[in-house]
Write a protein that binds this ligand. Structure first.
Ligand code: HEM
Ligand code: SF4
Ligand code: SF4
Length: 528
């Protein structure tokens, strides 16, 4: 068992998520829905922001009065909207950091998956900038504190023709034009944030940008209750003639301000640049080498596009046919995006282990672990099963069954196994039953592997698990790394049930070619 900081954190998340699974169920588990919740919060902030703008007066002298009026006289709609606007922004900070720590713990930020991480880094700053410019607009004592501290910090850059801190030295120096600029920034920065959030999910297929409705309702409900029980505070009006002594701090969006005050500006800028560079460089510190990218074999590809639809990382594209075969399309793999999860191989209709040896080539295959080698591995693994009730396990490298064990074949993702492999194992008598042990149901390491496997087995998504495969001989277990006890119990129960079943009636033992093939592969492996 690995025990580095990442593995420990991963186990910590797994335990916390198991508890939340009990309260919310795997589909609504908030820790597995942080990205979608982040999007949902953005929309709450956007809608409440537009609503507030109806009542907000953008002039420097009237801004505070308009916020005070909407918070007190119209607390039941505009005041609630203001509190929602603030609390959803605060929650976005919490969700964002939890999300990024979790993606790090799950090791989903390196190798070909670097893109979402790197594009997430400017998202952090844009969330902060959106919040800071928003606080500025209220023009109370807190806004005054932010305005003076920020402008003093910006002035240390020496890039402005006139120091901007001068605007805040005395009441009559603050120009309405400057205030209008802040209003403009508070609209432009969130729009750029939205653009960045969109870029952030461009390299993944079927990115979830909406939480399940129930979870969205719970999130919104909790925010509304918070807004009613504890409305967003409003300090006294800004007064540039005095220095604000006490302000109601927002520790989510403005937590850096006390630091800015007490640390030299040079150290602050060095910290900002250092943090950004470190975060951007993290996917390469150290880099992860994914296996060789999937390779297409056009002689076995009819351009059906199943692999395109199933690849979780948008690494495959459908392009016009180039080899003269009578199909309109073929597929192309972008090696820079491929993480070698093998899900495409499991999706291809040509991936059938029943093909005769010598022909065991499929439309799209993993060069490091081709279908032919997988079939040979499965045949060899059958030797490790013991009866009665022999179970052969196809497991995922990120779940509870990640370690090597007799009778187990560990895959980068369980969806790499074409459903026909399950049929093959049972009908060739390699085992009495097949257990497919993937990651926790709430969140697959390869994003869509659990969903595709379930849909294929339920005959809802091509390639289907054939109807002739007796379902009582197939077990699926979705379990995270801390759930080995449950996995073992489920496997033992399955073996027990299998032991009391009559022998499978459609057995067609391995043919000599298949045996020879497995032996050759084993010899090759032994020779290194
Ligand atoms: C509020 C801001 C953010 C939002 C709304 C957001 C949203 C999302 C969404 C919707 C996904 C896709 C989830 C899925 O369907 O699998 C995602 C994935 C991801 N995000 Fe974020 N994100 C935010 C900030 C960040 C930050 C700051 C980082 C890191 C610096 C980050 C790193 C990642 C990574 C590594 C993935 C996984 C990509 C993969 O599976 O290959 N995100 N995010
Ligand atoms: S192995 Fe296939 S499904 Fe997985 S990332 Fe590469 S192309 Fe996509
Ligand atoms: S699933 Fe197989 S046959 Fe279909 S397009 Fe992909 S490689 Fe070609």
């Amino acid at each position: 068992m690995t025990t580095g900081p990442r593995a420990l954190l991963r186990r910590g998340f797994d335990r916390a998520e198991r508890l939340l699974d009990r309260a919310f169920g795997p589909d609504w588990n908030p820790l597995a829905q942080l990205g979608p919740i982040g999007w949902f919060l953005f929309w709450i902030v956007a809608v409440t922001g537009i609503y507030l703008f109806i009542f907000f007066d953008t002039g420097v002298t009237d801004a505070y009065a308009s916020v005070a009026w909407l918070s007190r006289d119209h607390w039941w709609h505009a005041g609630v909207a203001r509190s929602l606007h603030r609390y959803a922004s605060d929650l976005m900070v919490v969700v964002m950091f939890t999300h990024l720590i979790r993606e790090w713990a799950m090791d989903r930020y390196r190798g070909s998956r670097w893109f979402s991480w790197v594009t997430g880094v400017p998202v952090i700053w844009f969330v902060y900038l959106s919040g800071i410019t928003g606080y500025w607009l209220v023009w109370d004592k807190l806004a005054q504190y932010i305005a003076t501290t920020t402008s003093e910090l910006l002035d240390t850059l020496g890039i402005f023709a006139e120091p901007i801190a001068r605007n805040f030295l005395a009441p009559d120096l603050l120009a309405s034009r400057f205030f209008t600029l802040m209003v403009f920034l508070h609209i432009a920065i969130p729009l750029l944030l939205l653009l960045l959030m969109w870029v952030h999910i461009q390299r993944i297929t079927e990115a979830r940008t909406n939480p399940p409705r129930g979870l969205a309702a719970i999130t919104l409900g909790a925010l509304v209750v918070g807004a009613l029980l504890s409305p967003a505070p409003l300090g006294a009006a800004a007064d540039l003639a005095t220095v604000p002594m006490r302000v109601d701090m927002d520790w989510f969006l403005l937590s850096l301000y006390p630091v800015i005050e007490s640390v030299p500006a040079g150290a602050i800028w060095a910290g900002v640049v250092g943090f950004t560079v470190l975060m951007i460089g993290l996917p390469w510190l150290p880099a992860r080498r994914d296996g060789a990218a999937a390779a297409v074999f056009l002689d076995h590809c009819n351009g059906c596009s199943r692999c395109v639809e199933d690849c979780p990382y948008a690494a495959i594209t459908l392009v016009p046919r180039s080899d003269g075969l009578p199909f309109t399309h073929e597929v192309e793999v972008n090696p820079a995006r491929c993480v070698a999860c093998g899900i495409c191989m499991g999706a291809c209709p040509s991936s059938t282990p029943f093909r005769r040896t010598g022909n065991l080539v499929t439309g799209i295959d993993l060069p490091d672990r081709p279908l032919a080698a997988l079939r040979a591995e499965v045949i060899r693994a059958a030797d490790g099963t013991s009866g009665p009730g022999r179970v052969l396990t196809l497991s995922c490298a990120y779940g509870a069954a990640a370690g090597d064990a007799p009778g187990r074949v560990v895959l980068p993702c369980v969806a790499m196994a074409p459903p026909s492999l399950v049929d093959f194992i049972i009908s060739r008598g390699l085992a009495d039953g097949v257990a497919v042990a993937g990651c926790a149901e709430r969140d697959c390491h390869n994003r869509l592997g659990v969903a595709w496997t379930r849909a294929r087995f339920a005959r809802e998504r091509d390639p289907y698990l054939r109807a002739r495969v007796p379902r009582e001989r197939v077990l699926t277990v979705w379990a995270g790394p801390t759930e080995t006890a449950r996995l073992d119990a489920e496997l033992a129960g399955f073996a027990e049930r299998l032991s009391s079943m009559p022998a499978y009636e459609n057995l067609r033992p391995l043919d000599p070619d298949e045996v020879a093939d497995a032996e050759a592969a084993a010899a090759e492996r032994a020779a290194g």
